[in-house]
Design a protein around this ligand. Sequence first.
Ligand SMILES: NC(=O)c1ccc[n+]([C@@H]2O[C@H](COP(=O)([O-])OP(=O)(O)OC[C@H]3O[C@@H](n4cnc5c(N)ncnc54)[C@H](O)[C@@H]3O)[C@@H](O)[C@H]2O)c1
Length: 344
Amino acid sequence: MRVLVTGGAGYIGSILVPRLLERGHQVRVVDRMFWGLPHYEGEAGVELVNADVRRLPEGVFDGIDAVDHLAGFSNDPTAEFSPEANWQMNAVATDTIAELCRAAGVRRLVFGSSCSLYDGADDSEEVLDESSPLAPRGAYATSKHYSEQALLRHAGPDFEPVILRQATVFGLSPRMRFDLVVNAFVKDALVRQRLVLHGGGRMWRPLISVEDLADAHIACLEAPAELVAGETFNAVGSNYQVRQLAELVAAALVKLGKPVALEDGPLPKIVRNYRCSGEKLRGRLNLTLPTTPAMAVARLVEDFGRDPAESLGHPKYYNIAWMELLERARPAFQAMQNIFEPVE
Ligand SMILES: NC(=O)c1ccc[n+]([C@@H]2O[C@H](COP(=O)([O-])OP(=O)(O)OC[C@H]3O[C@@H](n4cnc5c(N)ncnc54)[C@H](O)[C@@H]3O)[C@@H](O)[C@H]2O)c1
């Protein structure tokens, strides 16, 4: 297949795109390249288009069989940083992409939605499935909710959207993020040798590894329509309490002779505490999603354990820090362009 991946240069896309290539698919990546060109640039079978999903170039869907839509702001702080840009990227653009797919005869679209649609659910005793009531809070979850509804509105014989409500992702990617709970704990343990457990770390989180999530996307792109068309799936490996995650990160570092202190901190202003079931996705597509946080933590520690501590604090690893930096740098770039203009 020829697959167009929006946001394919990001954290998830940097694992997904090489796996699509390995399976013999051709890939066109459409991305603003906020974090620079992806590591797979120049590989056979991949084409990079530096473009914004809010203004897609003409012909970008030509020859495409399926779309995997990941582009946009990818967490709460970046969405709140510019709610207007977030709405255009994370809500309106999805609706437009669905229209463009239908006009170009592209049937299958897999969408990277989020379990944060369940965010406001206040009963962590219940394990939420795809039929549970939604309670999106804030700009990010609200825009993902709009996107889901827009895609399902377009669903029909000529258009097969598949919605993946992704749990918080963990694990190593060539475009690394340390602003996701497991990865952030590894960074804090390496840099500060201590982990703070807000509210005692009793809150539940649904999680999935980045490799297993990439495989779930591929399964949804390749599956027969009768299994996935117009369906919504939670993409969840397992649910963990934050304290459990901290303990397993600490245990991985102790093995290296680097003790880590666990400290209790105050409850955050917004408490997120929910569990989600990934059974529908596993059962329907026969997926095992086998990677545990412990496995991923071991790899992260191996990869980053030798880096100087300060390098893990680089803004490129934190979406909001990077966006703020890009925004601050914008006037400087404009000034540089002015150097080449005639002096009055
Ligand atoms: N990582 C997670 O834990 C997680 C969980 C649930 C949902 N998601 C969703 O999955 C998707 C991918 O997440 P990620 O972790 O890879 O994020 P990421 O921020 O690493 O990647 C997003 C990519 O999209 C690109 N992009 C951003 N805005 C764009 C625009 N307007 N036009 C074109 N390209 C643009 C960026 O350059 C980046 O390469 C996002 O939609 C995110 O909301 C992620």
